[in-house]
Design a protein around this ligand. Sequence first.
Ligand SMILES: NC(=O)c1ccc[n+]([C@@H]2O[C@H](COP(=O)([O-])OP(=O)(O)OC[C@H]3O[C@@H](n4cnc5c(N)ncnc54)[C@H](OP(=O)(O)O)[C@@H]3O)[C@@H](O)[C@H]2O)c1
Length: 378
Amino acid sequence: MATFTHPKTSLFGGARIPMPTATKSRTFAPFRVRMALQDSGPSIAVVGVTGAVGQEFLSVLHDRDFPYRSIKMLASKRSAGQKLSFQGRSYVVEELTGGSFDGVDIALFSAGGSISKEFGPIAVEKGTIVVDNSSAFRMQDDVPLVVPEVNPEAMEGIKAGKGKGALIANPNCSTIICLMAATPLHRHSKVKRMVVSTYQAASGAGAAAMRELEQQTHEVLEGKPVTCEIFQRQYAFNLFSHNSAVLPNGYNEEEMKLVKETRKIWNDKDVKVTATCIRVPVMRAHAESVNLEFENPLDEDTARDILKKAPGVVVIDDRAANNFPTPLEVSNKDDVAVGRIRRDVSQEGNYGLDIFVCGDQIRKGAALNAVQIAELLL
Ligand SMILES: NC(=O)c1ccc[n+]([C@@H]2O[C@H](COP(=O)([O-])OP(=O)(O)OC[C@H]3O[C@@H](n4cnc5c(N)ncnc54)[C@H](OP(=O)(O)O)[C@@H]3O)[C@@H](O)[C@H]2O)c1
């Protein structure tokens, strides 16, 4: 039987961290025989397959035995010709072109917003259902923005195999992780206002940012000048405001995504959301402090019980041992972890809660959420 080789294991806490390197060949072969390759499955394409999210798509498709009759590996001209092995078969990475989507039922896109804007509509025109990880279409009224545990109804009626193309957007990673925990509480007591503070990992900025954090860490420890190519400032042993553009209202784009996407996903234009997004020198998985104000009372024990029952959520809330969620603990895991569940003492009665959430944003924040959307298409 073939071996399963993860792209690269880093020294950071022993967590498995996909870090695409310049190697010519990668292996995603099975631990055991998988039944995923089957004639009755859809033909799929992975756009941006050489990137951090693209690599995780393959990992999640494999882990979930996603059925497919064929799979196309697409990236830029730079990677065309690279060999990639997936579930015991060898594939050649192809350059993404307008012709890439002929006969493709489902395309998972993660090659950046400009690529999505250019090639998403071409794919839809050819009858492909595009699940897009970029922010290109998220706020478009006619494009469902979906977290399967939260609002699967938004994509009702869209199915693969009908030859009818469609766009479905994957929300921003911080939004997905936040709403996985906040939605079950919102359903119970209706959130009036939410204040989110994020502690975001390198992986959210792609494979090159992960490599830069690792390199800078070595450089600092060896007393060398740090190489700053992705963030234009020292990242290792530092933290800074999120690197997205700062808008005229003083919020950065990442913060406004949390505000706008929450309203769209909850179908609640009145919910008040504010956010502060910070990049921290964590390799993989975001953490978020979330303060919630409710319309109806919700005590912390009830909240804990609700979260324990919520699909895709695990509660780590051991006050005696001071043990709560950490990014390392959720790295490479599917579930979002929630802890520090406590009554907000700044509010009267049981109308406010503070929680702390951690989630692997390459997995649930990107690839896993997109593959779950693809599963709803079958
Ligand atoms: N990282 C995350 O956690 C995360 C979460 C949610 C959403 N996203 C979104 O997913 C997208 C990719 O993120 P990432 O972190 O995976 O970035 P990444 O590691 O930098 O990978 C980018 C991918 O896009 C491909 N690409 C670049 N230019 C291309 C072109 N002209 N034609 C075809 N493919 C092209 C790259 O191929 P080459 O190797 O050939 O250059 C690579 O496969 C972004 O839109 C990002 O906002 C990322």
